[in-house]
Design a protein around this ligand. Structure first.
Ligand code: NAD
Length: 501
């Protein structure tokens, strides 16, 4: 039901804002204030189809435009985004809650992908081989797919859409972005920026909504590909549904990232990195550290150093640029807190307890302070499940072998890190760990834009990672052309399979 006192955020279809006819709305919260500040419309199937239709109609013109003209638009978008990024960061903080400097860092990582997208002519040009058989040449091209759907999570309202849309658009596709209904404004801001950069109407559309919108996109015959980022159960269902109807699909899921600290590591550096990797963005990052595997002989000392640092962290309203902002919703905050209860019940020691965190003047905010748990049993749900909050679980291990075994037995394989000064141990870790993104003395090893981003196992369904050269492959189709130019074919009839004559 609509609340007339609150602004309503609608879709962006065919180059303009559309509030739509749908009666369904969701409240959008400011998590630091703990109150709804606006509403977002939730698309019905008709509105979802209208967004796809706008993208379908825009496809021919956009895909036929010369590479040089498309490149000019992406360059302009890049310049505008760079000059106005603080504005976007403040919008993110108002709905997500993260510290404004962290929001700015997210935009910067997204901007890196826009930088990369400007290089698309180089990254999508084909190969050519002459005279592969007498008088026969072969060349390859990569062509755009058509309409592609991007479905993004709440935790990176700008960066995740920017992992996909700039590359998809640069190579000639048109896009329907379905952002998380909890953080709907950044997507509309990006749409307006694309328009200001000269992108033709209909090339980039934003469809606000929930599962109804997603299901319409998945089943729509004009949607050629789906890029999804979110939790593993939803990623799995999206992967299966899209594949069943023959769509190209990449579905990024959840994570449980382990950091292994060997006895020879620099413990101050490891403690610094555990704190920033575990508590940064209140732990709501798919690459956040959630488990610290500490070699038994240094575990007490490492805990002490993490505790010392955790005590200095300031929790507060993201606009004041604290170390940690609030969690996204009250339900999520309570869910994260319940995992601390579970760990305690299962025998863990709570060394730092964030459950009673309060922020003066913000009594209704969704607060949870940094939490450090020691001796978390590996059979506990608090060890196994993705918690997605500022909770670090310490598990003591005998050695590198035990650390590797634990990491490799996780259902997830997004990120991991080893902290050591032993090059041989690091090399073995790098080779044997069953995880897609690995840090050596680096806690959150998100690759730069020109290397692909993607986890293993339940952290990425499908084999297509984001950005890097693979990102261009995902958004294009490969075509190989074999050609022969001869004056006469007289006497060349042959029924045999073509060979190398
Ligand atoms: P989510 O799965 O709840 O939602 C993600 C998107 O799917 C949203 O747009 C949402 O509206 C939509 N959605 C939700 N339920 C749906 C359903 N039943 N059917 C169809 N669509 C549905 O995830 P979230 O809470 O927004 O984001 C946090 C999760 O995302 C965490 O698990 C985190 O690890 C993951 N994540 C993963 C990566 C990665 O690269 N692997 C990156 C960022 C976030």
């Amino acid at each position: 039901m609509s609340d007339l006192n609150k602004p309503t955020l609608g879709h962006w279809i065919n180059g303009r804002r559309v509030v739509g006819e749908t009666a369904r709305r969701a409240a959008v919260f400011d998590p630091a204030l703990g109150k709804a500040t606006k509403e977002v419309v939730l698309a019905d199937a008709t509105e979802a189809a209208a967004a796809v239709e706008a993208a379908r109609l825009a496809y021919e013109g956009w895909s036929q435009l010369s590479a040089a003209r498309r490149q000019t638009v992406v360059f302009r978008f890049r310049e505008l985004l760079n000059s106005r990024k603080e504005e976007l960061a403040r919008i993110i903080t108002g709905e997500h809650g993260k510290a404004v400097s962290d929001a700015a860092a997210e935009v910067q990582r997204g901007l890196e992908v826009v930088d990369l997208a400007t290089a698309f002519p180089h990254l999508t040009s084909g190969r050519y081989a002459q005279n592969v058989s007498t008088g026969v040449d072969v060349h390859s091209v990569r062509q755009p797919l058509g309409v592609v759907a991007v479905i993004s999570p709440f935790n990176f309202p700008a960066m995740v859409p920017l992992w996909f849309a700039p590359i998809a658009i640069a190579v000639g596709n048109t896009v329907v972005l379905k952002p998380s209904e909890r953080v709907p404004s950044a997507a509309i801001w990006l749409a307006e920026l694309w328009k200001a950069a000269g992108l033709p109407d209909g090339v980039f559309n934003v469809l606000q909504g929930d599962r109804v919108a997603v299901e319409t996109l998945l089943n729509h015959p004009d949607v050629q590909a789906v890029s999804f980022v979110g939790s593993t159960p939803v990623a799995r269902s999206i992967y299966e549904s899209a594949a069943r109807v023959g769509k190209r699909v990449q579905a990024f899921g959840g994570a449980k990232n382990h950091m292994l600290v060997l006895a020879d590591a620099d413990l101050d550096a490891a403690a610094d990195q555990a704190v920033s990797g575990g508590f940064g963005s209140a732990g709501e990052r798919c690459m956040a550290i959630s488990v610290v595997l500490a070699e038994e002989s240094i575990a007490d000392e490492l805990n002490a150093r993490i505790q010392e640092r955790a005590a200095t962290l300031r929790v507060g309203d993201g606009r004041t640029d604290p170390d940690l902002g609030p969690l996204i919703t009250r339900q999520h905050r309570d869910r994260v807190a319940s995992y601390i209860d579970i760990a305690e019940r299962d025998g863990a020691t709570v060394l730092v307890d964030g459950r009673h965190c309060r922020v003066d003047g913000h009594e209704n905010g969704f607060w949870l302070g940094p939490t450090l748990l020691d001796r978390v049993p590996t059979a506990s749900k608090a060890y196994e499940d993705e918690i997605f909050g500022p909770v670090l679980a310490v598990v003591r291990v005998k050695d590198l072998d035990e650390g590797l075994r634990l990491i490799n037995s996780s259902q997830f394989g997004n990120g991991t890190a080893i902290f050591t000064n032993d090059g041989r141990a690091a090399r073995r870790f790098e080779r044997e760990v069953q995880v897609g993104m690995v840090g050596v003395n680096v806690p959150v090893p998100v690759p730069v834009a020109y290397f692909a981003f993607g986890g293993w196992k339940d952290s990425l369904l499908g084999d297509a990672p984001a950005y890097g050269p693979e990102g261009f492959a995902f958004f294009t189709r490969h075509k190989a052309v074999t050609s022969r130019w001869v004056t006469s074919t007289t006497g060349s009839l042959t029924m045999a399979f073509p060979g190398n004559d």
